[in-house]
Design a protein around this ligand. Structure first.
Ligand SMILES: C[S@@+](CC[C@H](N)C(=O)[O-])C[C@H]1O[C@@H](n2cnc3c(N)ncnc32)[C@H](O)[C@@H]1O
Length: 305
């Protein structure tokens, strides 16, 4: 498969690592946000946790969580990604499947309430989105029954929660659909098809709504933080490829759209920085569901016993 073919970013070896930009939030890289979260919740790594990561990619963030894992399960729909992590983390169990299928497999294998840490970084929007629409080189086809899609997507999120052990966490990072960068991405994809609910925030809304529902039932507490920052491209070419290769996945309809190409160039003009490079405004949603039963989890120590 060529490095410019549709979805090459996830399906051709080396392309993801080559195109990926570094993301900084308040001067901290996204990987370090996870490292800081781990230090806050688990102190020094002791290889004591049952950990699963969905949409693990090439294992960029896995490097940070692996030292905490007694057992590590790594899942991704792409064979290329799974091969990469299998080499980097030979002790881990790998699953090559769509995240919703991987979750079903784990639940069937008796893994409910067994993971101290269920994680997905920059990857949960895909399986959630796939309940609503099907993406192919010829375009985007909305699923016929959108109410059913909504119900299945909600059930998928609740299934993710079912994997979490008592006291454990579901930790996810999601892109911020409202950032200027992602609004441009949305405008691009709308060349192909409109999004359900009028925008690309719908996948995050599905996730947050289902987690609030779980919190309302007393299954845990949801902490949701939005951080503003930048994706830093060392050159204009890197920034352009970030849009066309990563965000637009080399989709033929988007690669051939002169209007979109012009809009991207204008955007890059706006965010090019003196001395070279482009600092694209970006945002990340850090979503942490702590599976601790109400009401005790939220009381100060002493009051909860
Ligand atoms: C933006 S990358 C993030 C990779 C990694 N978590 C990181 O932060 O570097 C998204 C990952 O999700 C995977 N992916 C996309 N759709 C998926 C799906 N429906 N099920 C499972 N994995 C999927 C891609 O193959 C890719 O590895």
């Amino acid at each position: 498969m060529s490095t410019k073919s549709f979805r090459a970013v996830y399906e051709t070896e080396g392309v993801y690592d080559q195109l990926l930009l570094r993301h900084y939030y308040g001067g901290t890289e996204d990987i370090d946000l996870v490292a800081d979260w781990l230090t806050e919740h688990h102190h020094a790594p002791t290889a004591s946790l049952e950990v699963v990561e969905f949409g693990c990619g090439t294992g960029r963030i896995t490097e940070t969580i692996a030292p905490y894992a007694r057992n590590l399960v790594l899942a991704d729909y792409s064979e290329t990604m799974v091969n990469a992590v299998a080499q980097k983390f030979p002790e881990a169990r790998t699953i090559c499947a769509d995240t919703s299928d991987a979750v079903t497999v784990l639940l069937r294998q008796g893994r409910s309430s067994s993971f101290d840490l269920v994680t997905a970084f920059w990857s949960l929007s895909y399986p959630i989105g796939e309940f609503f629409e099907e993406l192919s080189p010829s375009g985007v086809r909305p699923r016929q029954d959108q109410a059913r899609a909504q119900a299945r997507a909600r059930e998928f999120v609740l299934d993710l929660v079912r994997l979490v052990a008592p006291g454990g966490h579901l930790l996810a990072m999601l892109f911020d659909a409202e950032s200027p960068e992602q609004q441009l991405v949305t405008r691009g994809w709308e060349v192909v098809a409109p999004f359900p609910d009028g925008g690309r925030a719908y996948t995050r809304n599905v996730l947050v709504d289902a987690l609030r529902e779980a919190e309302g039932r007393g299954d845990g507490t949801l902490t949701h933080t939005r951080l503003g920052g930048v994706a830093w491209a060392p050159s204009r070419d890197a920034a352009r490829e970030w849009f066309f290769g990563v965000h637009f996945k080399h989709h033929p309809l988007l690669l051939d759209d002169p209007q979109l190409a012009e809009t991207v160039e204008e955007f890059l003009d706006r965010y090019e920085i003196a001395g070279g490079g482009v600092a694209l405004p970006s945002g990340v949603h850090l979503i942490d569901f702590h599976a601790a039963a109400h009401p005790y989890a939220s009381l100060p120590i002493g009051l909860s016993s």
